[in-house]
Design a protein. Structure first.
Length: 295
């Protein structure tokens, strides 16, 4: 099975690197800084259990998706439509696109551009690019993907690479569960520029997070979505299982890069407005992140 990673940042490099380490054919498609480093020295995977350099192909060109059986689509939500348009002329008609992105809208955005099968997923991994061609892994590393005709084979391939994958008939509930956790942590981590464990040590923060979760659940119910499990408990656990992690939004704000807050708390605000539901806490966090990014 041949893989291409579109948007080879921290998430794409982790899953693409794990596949390449297991012997799969993988091409990373990303920014020149990382591509040049990978071409010259390989991709360094510094994980919690090993620190190795993996050899794999790398390119800056969208056309490098040509011949791929599976495309791991891991660009920022803000770039979904444009990136899908870029790879469209080169993608095999039989290719499968696996969206490894935050939020719940991206698969639909990609489908509006590409006729190929698009599989939504939920990603649970804490990573960052520690340097050019250097991926650092802080915790977890599993996927939940929608159950399709291709999902079993894809899941088995990931499994052999040490990446647990769960195939579920209704991935939307799992997507909303991840969205809610992101809404609770991402903005606060970006505003304070603190990792998750440090956030919850501050008086009042856990109560604020619980209120964010309640607000999101109200909107999810109105959207006809059943969020699985105890999402309040799952949100609290993240401070321990991903204690040292800064949110992707925090990393983007710190580096002056575009962030995905409009697809996280902003999405909840939009869906709440559509249902006539007030979302003042998500609205406040959205506005504060925008203020911080302007500063």
């Amino acid at each position: 099975m041949r893989f291409a990673v579109v948007g080879a940042g921290a998430v794409g490099c982790y899953f693409g690197g794990m596949l390449a380490r297991a012997g799969q054919s993988v091409t990373l498609i990303g920014r020149p800084l990382h591509v040049d480093a990978v071409r010259s020295n390989g991709l360094r995977l510094e994980t919690q259990s090993f620190d190795e350099v993996v050899a794999l192909e790398a390119s800056t060109e969208p056309g490098a998706v040509s011949g791929a059986d599976v495309v791991l689509f891991s660009v920022k939500s803000t770039d979904s439509r444009h990136s899908a348009q870029q790879i469209a002329p080169f993608l095999s008609p039989q290719a499968v696109v696996l969206s490894l992105q935050n939020g719940v809208e991206n698969a639909d955005i990609i489908r509006s551009v590409l006729p190929q099968q698009v599989i939504p997923s939920v990603v649970y991994v804490a990573t960052e690019m520690a340097g050019a061609g250097h991926l650092k892994h802080f915790g977890r590393g599993e996927l939940v993907i929608a159950n399709t005709a291709h999902s079993t084979e894809i899941a088995a391939t990931f499994g052999r690479a040490g990446v647990p994958v769960e195939c579920v008939p209704d991935v939307r509930g799992a997507q909303w569960a991840k969205l809610i956790i992101n809404c609770a942590y991402n903005a606060l981590s970006a505003i304070a520029q603190k990792p998750y464990a440090a956030l919850v040590e501050v008086e009042g923060v856990t109560d604020l997070m619980a209120a964010v979760v309640d607000e999101c659940l109200h909107v999810a119910t109105a959207d006809g979505v059943t969020v699985p499990g105890d999402i309040h408990a799952a949100t609290r656990r993240i401070a321990h299982t991903m204690a040292g992690q800064y949110s992707s939004t925090a990393q983007d704000v710190a580096r002056g890069k575009p962030n995905e807050i409009d697809y996280l708390n902003g999405y909840v605000v939009r869906r709440g407005r559509a249902h006539g539901i007030a979302t003042p806490i998500n609205q406040t966090l959205l506005a504060l992140v925008k203020l911080v990014e302007k500063h």
